[in-house]
Design a protein around this ligand. Structure first.
Ligand code: ZN
Ligand code: ZN
Ligand code: ZN
Length: 1203
């Protein structure tokens, strides 16, 4: 036999001889000889191990008579590649230059970096995590100026063309070599479930020399890569070799294995289906070449259910049943179809099956500098994309596999031209979104948010491995990568069906990881699912959102924003319907995950800020706006509850959630959009409705009474103070934060930096880590004009590293400049950004120390008030929040309570109240609006204040207030005293005895005071406003009909029989209360003299304590309103009542005030009695709803009790 004789000969001379034969015009004999030789040396039938002899033969044959090394050198000298493309694996040290990079993923190998000029550039050295490749020479990824000297040359400029015979042998031999590798892969593969002795690693080890040889070939440069590309992508060669020749039994059997591997992957060939099984191997060459594989859905779903059992077994207690959707979202042609037409395709198929062996990955990547290969390979990768992700979901080594997948995909998708190409030709976007949906659909459960029983919404189960292990990460990372390309993002934003699919994907995360507050016993085990939930929202929802937003920055892209906003609203509406939401959130439920709200918020913000869109054109009706407000507000209230220890029984993990929500990596995507959305709602909704909702959600409504005692139906006494502080702080944040309401990107970066530096000195790297990513990404192009470094040197001083005697070193730190402490320290921003509560204290301590050191203030300073960037015109309505009666009533009440030393008040409460007043004074609602408003809508249903402007309400005097107090309250006691004093002789008998004597005389007085007395219920107020808005809204079939059951909650809370109604005589205005508080704090009567008032200047009081804050507010009021000034003159000019001897004993003070009050009350009594008769009639006619009537009746009953 010819082959046998060839085999016996020396390899070198055989190769030379064959090469000569093959160069002849008639090379048929040479071809035959070569085939026989290769049949003999590469025959896989010989044994299970690939034969090293075969490999050796191939080397000699390729060299065609030369030594292999020499051959390599020769081929390399014809390298015409203009790209470096050096591939590295994890832990390799590489470089990144942000100045030269076009894509943020750009990276350079050390050699290229050192051979190029990056002086003065923003570059860094990094340790590669998932592996990568050098981009030197690729003008799509980096600027040409950054290419190294070697890769700056144009194609072929200095390289001679390749002699035609140099690679002749390679072209002849390599197809056989590659099919041999494929055949080994087919033979060695066993399904995971079918064999216990499955050892893919062993197969790969045996194949190692062969695959390494391929890799070695790729390093021979462009000439050899061109040959390999031709072979790998040639359809004819694949057709001829894939099934083997007719008589080759081994090849036939081997091919069957390939088909069965396809089948077990849920993929079946067309031929197999038609011929009913085994006949596929004997199909004709032509049809086999065009192998078409269609999905076997039955197999796929069976697989799913077996996996489900498996999972459920592992999940243990507390896990809930998976929900299966009838999969309308999946496109079977994407999920289940594969067609192999060339070696490259089958090679990739096996690469996936073997879960991305490193050697194979390196080989496939090393080929990328060849442009033809790169295009075909990218298409092949996309074609297998769904299959890759399915395999990944089943893998036990998903981490390793993820890294290898991304190692490949980042090379393909970072190139915009290529990404756009496969988006257009291979539907890459459809594939990615479909596969993402497919993944998440495998772990859906019924949502229990709101309506637990009839909830129709489904969410991902964060306890599933897919989420816990971040298995979806490579897919999401690819998606984000391709969305970074303008052309691809545009396609996405223009394709409505894709957008809708995407919204349904996002809705799977809406309301996930629901927390239910444990009220009785400590939770059995601390669920750790929250990290998976936060990671999923950040990576799967927020990052793609930020990617899309970078393409919605100019007027020309307005339409995209409009479309996204519309779909967001539609999807939100569907969500509200599905969870059965009406108007109030369920008690004791909390989810931190509202990606739909946040998409809506961020697209709104971008549209207004950058695209000149009118906010109102993007907003829904009032009813929808009210709904949108509820869940973000619920989170803010819950944050306060968590910090007030109301969630302790849920374990430490709930604090972890609260902290993660505000942490630097998450805040841009979570708390900031939430606050912004609430600001939008506040700027458009009725302010009285908004304010009363806030206090109701924070559960402090009961506390907002002027009575000295009250009952709180929902909070323990020790929780009231922190919850009240939380509510007020939230309102301060809401009305002062300008991140999305007018600040420029530079201003935001500066504010973030200042707040972090004020909390603590920071190293460069920790600061970098603490500054949120958006809108100033740390990598890539900075949108603002200032870079991170420039900003840092503007706000901070550097303290050089200190070497300590022991040899240890204290790192160099950045500390705020003096003028930053003086002018920019913003306690509100610090509060917003603190993860640990102690950081707020730390910032205040540092601030105090600065003031002491610089001699500005030696006392105990309060958080400084800071003026804000003006509101963007679209958001001016936000200021109405500060100018509504409800807020003014609350402020009045709190000032009064603090002055009276009621329980659960604190310095912090006063500080926030003062902050709100000052914000109101600094943010006046425009005059025209103030005038038109009262006509348009009826405001707060009371008569406390005449209008809505804070400036005029400040000096409005409130005379009487009606409160409900326990019988034991001091007010009741005092009144009884008063009554007794008035009666002669004072009755010592029971109250029923006193009744007969005094009823007639007192009724008039009492009733009259009652009529004048202000009464207010926040809950009733909110309810009334809600109805108003609902009635106004055009939805006739008002979906917002309250379910019967919840109506009971709407009544004023409690009213237990032991409460009695009392009328307090107040006769104070906010201004007079402020003056009194000033006296109280300074412990001086007449602490504010007329002369002080004459020379006040608000500008001189930036730093100081509570006194300074009050003075500044009074000064502002006085300078801005003549009326206020006159009132202040009155108040300050009056002889103040003597200051109580003991500051801490309010009781004494009250009893001393009493004397004066009693005197005044008597004087008025006469006047009131005179008016009584005429008013009585109208009093009875006063419009009252049923609740109020009941209230009045009770009131009279109380009256009788008393008398
Ligand atoms: Zn390089
Ligand atoms: Zn280079
Ligand atoms: Zn550079």
């Amino acid at each position: 036999m010819m082959a046998a004789s060839l085999l016996r000969r020396d390899k070198r001379s055989t190769a030379a001889h064959l090469k000569a034969d093959l160069q002849r015009a008639d090379n048929s004999s040479g071809l035959r000889q070569l085939r026989e030789l290769l049949d003999a040396v590469l025959d896989p039938e010989r044994g299970s191990d690939p034969d090293p002899e075969g490999l050796d033969w191939c080397k000699w044959l390729l060299a065609g008579g030369d030594a292999f090394d020499e051959f390599c050198r020769t081929v390399r000298s014809y390298d015409n590649a203009t790209l470096c493309g050096l591939v590295w694996t994890a832990n390799f040290v590489a470089y990144r230059c942000r100045t030269c990079g076009i894509s943020p993923c750009m990276s350079l190998c050390a050699e290229c970096f050192n051979n190029s000029d990056h002086t003065g550039h923003d570059f860094n050295m990094f340790r590669s995590q998932a592996g990568g490749a050098c981009d030197c020479g690729d003008g799509n990824v980096m600027k040409e100026s950054g290419f190294c000297s070697r890769h700056r040359l144009k194609t072929g400029e200095n390289v001679p063309s390749v002699p035609w015979d140099l690679l002749l042998m390679s072209e002849m031999v390599l197809p056989r070599f590659i099919i041999t590798i494929i055949q080994y892969l087919r033979d060695g593969y066993t399904e995971p479930e079918s064999a216990a002795d499955r050892d893919l690693q062993k197969v790969l080890q045996q194949l190692e020399p062969h695959i390494s040889f391929l890799e070695e070939l790729t390093k021979m440069g462009g000439a050899m890569r061109t040959v390999l590309t031709k072979i790998l992508t040639n359809q004819q060669t694949f057709k001829e070799l894939s099934m083997g020749q007719e008589e080759n039994v081994y090849a036939k059997r081997n091919y069957e294995k390939y088909l069965s591997a396809l089948k077990s992957s849920g993929l079946v060939s067309v031929e197999e289906k038609g011929a009913g099984g085994a006949g596929a191997g004997t199909a004709t060459d032509t049809s086999a070449g065009a192998l078409s594989l269609l999905g076997a859905t039955a197999a796929a779903s069976l697989e799913d259910s077996s996996k489900e059992e498996d999972q459920d077994g592992l999940q243990g207690v507390g896990q809930r049943k998976r929900v299966k959707l009838s999969s309308s979202t999946k496109d079977p042609s994407i999920m289940d179809t594969l067609k192999h037409k060339c070696f490259l395709e089958e090679l990739l198929f096996w690469t996936i099956k073997y879960e991305f062996p490193q050697k194979m990955v390196t080989f496939l990547l090393n080929m990328l500098p060849d442009q033809d290969y790169k295009i075909t390979f990218t298409k092949t990768f996309v074609q297998h994309y769904a299959f890759i992700m399915k395999t990944l979901m089943k893998s036990h080594e998903s981490d390793t596999m993820s890294n290898r997948i991304v190692h490949i995909s980042v090379q393909l998708f970072s190139n915009e031209e290529l990404a756009r190409h496969v988006t257009e030709e291979c539907h890459l976007l459809d594939i990615m979104v479909t596969v993402l949906l497919y993944m998440m659909e495998s772990c859906l459960i019924k949502s229990e948010l709101q309506d637990e029983e009839n909830n129709r919404h489904v969410v991902v189960n964060c306890g599933e491995a897919l989420l816990k292990n971040n298995t979806y990460w490579p897919l999401v990372s690819d998606f984000i990568n391709i969305l970074s390309h303008q052309s691809v993002a545009k396609r996405f934003l223009e394709d409505r069906s894709l957008l809708l699919l995407w919204m349904s994907f996002v809705s799977y995360f809406q309301g996930m990881n629901l927390n239910k507050r444990e009220l009785n016993e400590h939770v059995e085990f601390e669920s750790q699912t929250y990290y998976a939930a936060f990671a999923a929202e950040l990576e799967a929802c927020a990052q793609p959102m930020w990617g899309l937003l970078t393409h919605c920055k100019v007027k020309e892209t307005q339409e995209y924003t409009k479309t996204v906003v519309r779909y967001c609203l539609e999807t939100l509406q569907m969500w509200f319907d599905a969870i059965g939401f009406v108007d109030e959130p369920s008690l004791n439920q909390l989810t931190f995950h509202l990606p739909l709200h946040r998409y809506y918020a961020m697209f709104l913000s971008k549209g207004v800020k950058c695209q000149g869109l009118d906010l109102d054109s993007l907003l829904p009706d009032q009813e929808m706006l009210m709904k949108i407000m509820v869940h973000p507000l619920q989170i803010q209230a819950s944050l306060s509850e968590i910090h007030s220890n109301m969630w302790v029984r849920n374990g430490l993990q709930i604090k972890g959630q609260a902290m993660t929500y505000v942490q630097s990596h998450f805040c841009n995507s979570m708390i900031d959009p939430d606050i912004y959305l609430l600001q939008v709602c506040a700027s458009r909704l009725d302010p009285d409705y908004f304010i009363s909702s806030v206090f109701e959600r924070f559960k402090v409504v009961d506390l907002l009474t002027m009575a000295s005692q009250h009952q709180n139906a929902v909070l323990d006494s020790e929780q009231e103070r922190p919850m009240l502080e939380g509510a007020l702080t939230f309102l301060v944040i809401l009305s002062s934060l300008r991140i999305h309401l007018g600040m420029s990107d530079d201003e935001i970066l500066r504010a973030e930096m200042v707040s972090q530096l004020c909390m603590n000195d920071r190293t460069h790297s920790s600061l970098l880590d603490l500054i949120p990513e958006n809108p100033n990404p740390k990598s890539g192009v900075v949108p603002g004009s200032c870079s991170f470094e420039e900003m840092l040197s503007a706000v901070a001083d550097f303290k050089a590293p200190v070497f300590e005697p022991g040899g240890s070193m204290q790192q160099g730190m950045y500390t705020p400049k003096a003028e930053v402490w003086e002018k920019e320290f913003d306690p509100i921003m610090v509060i917003l950004r603190t993860v640990y509560r102690r950081d707020v204290q730390s910032a205040m301590d540092r601030y105090t120390a600065f003031l002491k050191q610089s001699g500005v203030n030696t006392g105990n300073p309060w958080p400084p008030y800071k003026e804000r960037t003006p509101l963007h015109p679209c958001y001016r309505g936000l200021a109405r929040l500060l100018h509504c009666k409800t807020l003014h009533i609350v402020i009045f009440t709190l000032l009064y309570k603090i002055w009276m030393d009621h329980q659960n008040m604190s310095e912090h409460v006063l500080c926030m109240v003062l902050y709100l007043i000052e914000l109101g004074l600094d943010n006046q609602v425009q005059d025209d609006k103030v005038e038109e408003e009262p006509c348009i809508e009826e405001h707060c249903h009371d008569s406390w204040f005449p209008g809505t402007s804070l400036l005029s309400n400040l000096h409005h005097v409130i005379n009487f207030v009606r409160v409900r107090v326990p019988e034991t309250a001091p007010e009741v006691e005092r009144k009884r005293e008063r009554e007794r004093e008035r009666e002669t002789p004072p009755s010592t008998s029971s109250e029923s005895a006193a009744f007969g004597q005094s009823s007639r005389r007192l009724t008039g007085n009492w009733r009259e005071n009652l009529r004048e007395a202000q009464v207010f219920s926040l809950v009733a107020e909110r309810r009334r406003k809600f109805q108003e808005i609902i009635n106004r809204s055009n939805h006739e079939a008002s979906q917002a009909v309250r379910p019967k059951s919840s109506s009971s909650r709407w009544l004023p809370p409690g009213s237990p029989p032991q409460l009695v109604t009392e009328i307090l005589e107040i006769r104070e205005s906010m201004l007079s209360l402020l003056v009194k508080l000033h006296q109280k704090l300074s412990a001086k009567q007449n602490s504010l003299s007329l002369s002080w008032l004459a020379e006040v200047d608000p500008a001189h009081h930036a730093h100081g304590d509570g006194l300074t804050a009050i003075e500044r507010i009074l000064a502002k009021a006085a300078t801005r309103s003549r009326h206020s000034k006159r009132c202040l003159q009155d108040i300050c000019g009056k002889v103040c009542p003597p200051v109580p001897p003991k500051k801490n004993s309010p009781g004494d003070k009250k009893s001393m005030d009493k004397e004066e009050r009693r005197q005044r009350a008597r004087e008025r009594q006469q006047k009131l009695l005179a008016e009584f008769a005429s008013r009585q009639k109208s009093f009875m006619e006063t419009a009252m709803d049923v609740g109020e009537l009941e209230y009045e009746l009770m009131l009279f009953a109380d009256l009788y009790d008393l008398l």
